[in-house]
Design a protein around this ligand. Sequence first.
Ligand SMILES: [Zn+2]
Length: 685
Amino acid sequence: MTNPLLAPWTAPFGLPPFAAVRPEHFAPAFAEAMARHLAEIDAIAGSAEEPTFANTIAALDRSGRDLERIESLFWNLTSSETSPALQEVQRAMVPQLAAHGSRVRTHPALFARIDALHARRDALGLDDEQRRVLERFHLDGVRAGARLAAEAQARHAEIVRRLAELMTRFGQNLLADESAFKLVLRSEADLAGLPESVRAATRQAALDRGIADGAVITLSRSLIVPFLTFSERRDLREAAWRAWTSRGEHDGATDNRAVAAEILQLRLEQARLHGHASFADFALADTMAQSQRAVSGLLERVWRPALARAEDEREALAALALSRGESATIEPWDWRFYAEQVRRVRFDLDDAEVKPYFPLEAMVAAAFDCANRLFGISFVERRDLGAYHPDVRVYEVHGASGPIGVFLHDNFARPSKRSGAWMSEYRTQSRNGGTGTQAVLPIVVNNNNFAKAAPGEPTLLSFDDARTLFHEFGHGLHGLLSNVRYERLAGTSVLRDFVELPSQLFEHWLDEPAVLKRHARHHRTGEPIPDALIEKLRRARHFNQGYETLRYTASAMVDMAVHARTSNAPIDVVEFERAELARIGLPHGVGVNHRLVHFQHLFSGGYAAGYYVYLWAEVLDADGYDAFVEAGDPFDAAVARRVARFIYSAGNSIEPGAAYRAFRGRDAAVEPMLRERGLLESVPS
Ligand SMILES: [Zn+2]
């Protein structure tokens, strides 16, 4: 019997054989693909020829493509359409794959060749991109422990292997907690305050869980946030909020407290092997920010004005609560609810009035249209091409002279999908395919977790959901527009604090009145969104930004603090978090974006000591979008050409600071970010 993963992938564009793949195919395919990859690496390392850029670096960049395509499929399925069988394979394979990665990056004969080339890099006659990919592979080896003495190197590999295991467990625990919870709303009284769109989503969530004629709140963000925003039932809001914020903190098999603690201990040990005092120092050495000081300087810059702003906001909420004869103490499960009430009064803005203008289909069309006007690309749906779930839409992406890639859009929440929203790839762009210069087209996927409407009904997005759609699509464009020679530098393989620039920059087009007038149309009447409603959305933009900024910044500060520890004494993550939030003075009632026990960015993703990157990139995107504002046209052709060339297409082929300057003509200023958040006027002198 042939294994479809190891057979040639014959679907159009080399898409994975989705329909034929079973969980049991992965382990043998991984074993075979890892062996092939090691044989390729041994051949490069054992070459009798002197090391050259072509026979070592370019060849290394081309190696392991079989393993990559199987791994990409595997990671995408474990995130978007997992199953107990696949999770079992994941637990078994993840440590083996991590060990394989360490073995390749620290391969002594291979690293000796890379190191020799790196030492002579000025004399090799390399162009800028070649030099950068040589430096990148060299640094990859160094950071994987290639320079460590044998014993330390073995320990480093063991740490990397164990970390992979723990991070998998962290994510699986969380998914189990999220799938297990449901708050069943039994009567009209339980639904009090919920607009029709939220009620429809709760009915659909109930149906998905086999409950006919019911209504269910799950821990999916697109259900829980609207529930906390609209529900009049304080007791139910509290129950939902407690369930949401205690994910990962339950005694028993899914408890993430000890998992996080062990991850932190191992990370510190890893950093020490590299000669750093803390994991934060080790992580930041490979970023634009470079140091804890640069990060905390930026976080402090928003923290103090946001504290003052949130205090004003809290007073307004308390006054409103009192006017309703309710308690003036704003608990964390109250803030969104009263904020929505204040927003209605102050800006005459009602979410239920906004949503009908934001059907999912129209917002997808809006994102595609903006990409077309900026970058000249178009999206052609291929309904004949199936993916891994019937809800996934597949598009061929065309540039000026033919296809440039494939885009998969997976928009709906389901129990087999992890929470959050993200972009990833099935294949990465390069012009280093085959035996050398062959073009490899990217296959990119965007995942969202929107609550799906009932069959026959359009899925309506909140303005925030639409923003998430644009954000992930910006990442998608970073992958699709990538135009580099070497895969290691392609698309989103940039430094971590640059990676949110293309995504956050793209969000700005959703705020453009011209884009809204064209695409935000009432799902029943087709009428474009009224100017008055656009104006209300604009005026309400800064509303509640103190709260939002504190929640984000507190999470970024806790992340940095927990990874800046220099003592390897056992840590109680819940107590550490409590003490840190008290130290920075997070006001009562605000809460944080992510508690440590379910902070996937840190403990099952790549953002450890890196949650700050959203704010870092926001400095760049706010300043960068001003280039279009200054040109007087959100689709100005000259600015669009520069942003395409230096931001969306360049990958990591140019040092990020230099890439930004090439686009903007200067470094980014912080003020546009502060202005966008409405924090500029209250910056203390
Ligand atoms: Zn992002």
